[in-house]
Design a protein around this ligand. Structure first.
Ligand SMILES: NC(=O)c1ccc[n+]([C@@H]2O[C@H](COP(=O)([O-])OP(=O)(O)OC[C@H]3O[C@@H](n4cnc5c(N)ncnc54)[C@H](O)[C@@H]3O)[C@@H](O)[C@H]2O)c1
Length: 257
């Protein structure tokens, strides 16, 4: 049973501009492993070998197969109650003329599958592919029914190796996505940071930018993070439980306003 203060519910039901940053933790309850938790992906694999251009060039087949394995997981899971609560919140604010911007570091597309729209993807996505040499998009898509593809397909234009459309370590974030995320952070009244360890910049800087610009900063995470000490409200619980409970409390509060 979750209880939220009247102050918090008042702020949430009267605010008009909300921004949300999500990380791997929001997909944990769907069955997608996080990165830095003790049983997360980086406990088993070295990031620089699997998520960098250098790693890809050194061992393309291993990196490709690793992403194919992650695609298989993502393909087999469903959005959870945390994703759904964000869909409902977006709808609720927009029906009232508000603005609800969802920014994600996740590459799994579960927010879109749940029904969120205009999601800002800071780290790309795991579904699409493009040529590592000429950068042209490539039509390859993972499907569970097709035979395993054990090495990167080749570009039809230049013969370069095809890579997943995720942002690797050492690469720039898509400038449009970053700019839109920063604008939302700087202008919102409430900023949620959900299921992220806030270790990877520039995404991790967004909650602090929002707070500096005057927003209420709410963190939803069962564990302490690098930015927990800056949170105005810290909801220490799994997002699949906390977010539906918070939205239900907002609706109850709104009905008696
Ligand atoms: N291209 C790549 O493959 C690659 C490589 C490395 C990092 N990255 C990026 O780094 C980003 C940052 O990492 P991150 O912060 O998203 O993941 P993370 O693994 O660093 O942190 C996950 C967080 O989720 C929390 N969590 C666990 N279960 C939860 C639950 N049920 N509800 C709410 N929170 C829960 C954990 O306490 C933790 O703080 C990643 O999203 C990823 O895009 C990508």
């Amino acid at each position: 049973m979750y209880t939220f203060s009247d102050n918090l519910l008042h702020t949430l039901t009267t605010a008009r501009k909300i921004a949300v940053l999500t990380g791997a933790g929001i997909s944990a309850e769907s069955g997608v492993a996080t990165f830095r938790d003790p049983d997360g992906l980086w406990a088993k694999f070295r990031p620089e070998e699997l998520a960098s251009m250098d790693g890809f060039l050194k061992n393309p087949n291993m990196v490709w197969e690793w992403y194919e394995a992650r695609r298989k997981v993502v393909d087999s899971v469903k959005p959870n109650a945390g994703h759904t609560a964000l869909v409902e919140m977006q709808k609720w604010y927009e029906e009232r003329g508000g603005r609800f911007t969802l920014i994600t570091q996740n590459v799994d597309r579960l927010h879109q599958q749940a029904g969120s729209h205009d999601v800002i993807e800071l780290h790309g996505n795991i579904i699409d592919n493009y040529c590592s040499r000429c950068k042209k998009p490539h039509e390859y898509r993972y499907t569970s029914t097709a035979p395993n593809v054990k090495e990167p397909p080749r570009c039809t234009y230049c013969g370069g190796m095809i890579r997943p459309a995720v942002v690797w370590f050492g690469e720039m974030l898509p400038p449009d996505a970053l700019e839109a995320a920063q604008e939302a952070a700087e202008t919102c009244e409430v900023f949620f940071s959900i299921g992220t360890s806030a270790e990877v910049y520039p995404a991790a800087g967004l909650p602090i930018e929002a707070k500096r610009a005057g927003a209420l900063f709410i963190e939803v995470n069962p564990n302490q993070t690098a930015i927990t000490r800056f949170a105005d409200v810290s909801i220490s619980a799994p997002s699949g439980e906390a977010l539906p409970a918070l939205f239900a409390s907002m609706l109850a509060k709104n009905n008696i306003l």
